[in-house]
Design a protein around this ligand. Structure first.
Ligand code: SF4
Length: 311
């Protein structure tokens, strides 16, 4: 359903804008209809920028995003607006997604009116239906966002998104601003509505435990590029790339008798303005060889793809 190819975003910076931060530097992947793809990586790896590029909230430097045979980057603003209701994003901070001066019911009614989804007579019933779908109570309709908790506001955001019958949703760290006890509830709702409405999802998170339960496949991103992509169980049980292995080794184990050897990476992620030559991960990789500094590995494989010279 969704095909992303050669996606790049360079932000110009420095004196006269002559330097470039290579936030996304050639990313390719597909998402099948009804599938949920997880995008993981450290902060600053470019995963949020990928999400915003797909929805054209940020204009790309290069590349294509094809949805149902249409390249979104070739659409005029007017045509893009017509398609926009099909593709929605859930941001990290629900409070920033809702108008603080509007009651929750009005926030949900707004897109229903804008896209003429239901008649005036059906409006209240539709709002109540959506409120119930996301587990809010009827009395929440008359409350303002500041009168609700973060979790309740995130439910209202999901209801507002569902109001316009999207087919593709990007969830960008949808639970990381919420209390731990609320996170699981929101994840359950997201999984339920994904199944109920047959949604296709891109789930962006740095939390691998969340990715494990929410996705069918996982793409691992490092310094603007994908380094590994495959089915979720393959990535979690048989990761190939040294960076993926390091990320997985950091997941806490609940069983005190099970000891997992933590892989500590050297240093910090390099500056995306000056990415390392060859394999971008070579400055932190314990297996790095001469070739890794010179030649950039391609993302290769059948289904489970890895960008590493040693695979
Ligand atoms: Fe490490 Fe070399 Fe593989 Fe890069 S290509 S991950 S540096 S072994």
């Amino acid at each position: 359903m969704i095909e992303v190819s050669g996606l790049k975003k360079y932000f110009s910076t420095g004196l006269f804008g002559k330097k470039y931060i290579r936030a996304v530097d050639g990313v390719d992947f597909e998402i099948e209809k009804g599938e949920s793809l997880g995008l993981v990586g450290e902060s600053g790896c470019g995963k949020t920028t990928v999400g915003r590029l797909i929805l054209r909230l940020v204009e790309p430097t290069e590349g294509k995003v094809i949805i149902d045979d249409t390249n979104l980057f070739e659409l005029s603003k007017k045509d893009m607006r017509k398609l926009r209701h099909k593709m929605q994003i859930i941001f990290q901070n629900p409070d920033a997604s809702l108008n603080p001066r509007m009651r929750i019911g009005d926030c949900i009614a707004e897109p229903l009116k804008l896209y003429k989804i239901v008649s005036k007579e059906r409006m209240n019933d539709k709002i109540m239906e959506l409120i119930e779908t996301v587990g809010l109570n009827p009395e929440h309709v008359n409350r303002y966002p500041h009168e609700l908790s973060g979790g309740q506001n995130q439910r209202a955001v999901i209801a507002r998104i569902l109001a316009i019958n999207p087919v593709f949703i990007i969830a960008d760290e949808p639970t990381s601003a919420l209390d731990v006890n609320v996170q699981a509830q929101i994840l359950h709702i997201l999984r339920d509505v994904k199944d109920k409405f047959g949604l296709t999802c891109l789930f962006i998170s740095h939390d691998l435990e969340v990715i494990k339960i929410m996705t069918d496949r996982v793409a691992v991103m490092y310094l603007g590029k994908l380094v590994e992509i495959g089915k979720t169980d393959k990535i979690f049980n048989d990761a190939k790339h040294p960076y993926t292995k390091a990320l997985l080794s950091a997941i806490p184990v609940a069983d005190p008798d099970v000891k997992r050897k933590r892989i500590i990476l050297k240093g910090d992620m390099p500056n995306p303005m000056y990415p390392p030559s060859g394999c971008r991960f070579h400055t932190r990789c314990q297996y790095s060889e001469k070739i890794c500094e010179i030649e950039e590995p391609s993302l290769i494989g059948n289904g489970h793809k890895v960008a590493c010279h040693l695979q």
